[in-house]
Design a protein. Structure first.
Length: 157
């Protein structure tokens, strides 16, 4: 049986069951968060752009994965609605690069803040990060195999 592949674009998320493979490309300062329920073999992946929504920004209901904090909470909520138990979740994160070093500290801060926010929210939710590939100055392409929870960095672009 062939695996089905779903692409997760910027500010998007997807929840899937085995044998789906979730892929995401062009992950620079953005962050990909993959959650996996080891018992149910259900996983979710988000490609978040910014760490957290600010009160003066318009809430974008059409894009709950735009912000790291909201993306993680959405993944957890939707996976739990499918019968997953948070105590069985593990997390993997990739991205948070400094893609525009020539723009100074502000551009570096985006990736660092994305990683920090993910770690903070996941710790608050008692979800262990079991793998991380963050930082650097190169973008990434990742594949998340929901049949076994493997998150692969296919290339740095």
């Amino acid at each position: 049986m062939e695996d089905t592949v779903y692409e997760v674009g910027m500010s998007e998320y997807k929840i899937a069951e085995s044998p789906i493979i979730l892929i995401s490309s062009g992950i620079g300062s953005c962050l990909t968060i993959a959650l996996y329920d080891r018992t149910k073999k259900i996983g979710g992946m988000a490609h978040a752009m910014l760490p957290e929504e600010h009160p003066n920004e318009k809430d974008d209901e059409d894009s709950p994965a735009r912000y790291v904090d909201k993306a993680i909470k959405t993944l957890v909520s939707e996976m739990e609605s499918l019968g997953c138990n948070r105590k069985n979740f593990v997390a993997k994160i990739a991205g948070g690069a400094n893609m525009f070093a020539g723009l100074g500290e502000y551009s570096k801060e985006i990736g660092v803040k994305n990683v920090f926010e993910a770690k903070k929210i996941l710790a608050e939710m008692n979800i262990e990060i079991v793998a991380e590939n963050t930082g650097g100055t190169s973008g990434r392409h990742v594949e998340f195999d929901v049949s076994n929870g493997l998150l692969s960095i296919i290339s740095k672009i």
